[in-house]
Write a protein that binds this ligand. Sequence first.
Ligand code: 5GP
Length: 113
Amino acid sequence: MDSIFMKIIRREIPATIEYEDDEVIAIKDINPVAPVHILIIPKKFIPTVNDASEADAALLGKMILTAKKIAAEKGIAEDGYRLVMNVGKDGGQTVFHIHLHLIGGKKLAFETA
Ligand code: 5GP
């Protein structure tokens, strides 16, 4: 299976890479909603959270800890930020390769929709 994020991981499509290791890549969102908007993406292709299994538990945790590290590097850890994973069409997911949004750098309104 493939996704636009797999193409970015393979360097077939350009992106601004903020962090990368063997398991995850973090890129600037192409359409940022806040001064800091970074996507933390596993290199393993998992379409949605619904497709994740117990075997992915460490990888999912790694995504959160990667976001935490980047937030500190960006200087937004103390003021706070938001971590979001959209799931499926009603959850607003548009790229079907799981990713964690790290959003911050301004006071965020509480939004449910
Ligand atoms: P979703 O709606 O699936 O939770 O989030 C997908 C995110 O990926 C969106 O915020 C969108 O702006 C971003 N995005 C989609 N295509 C690309 C791309 O080609 N490059 C980058 N850097 N971000 C993308």
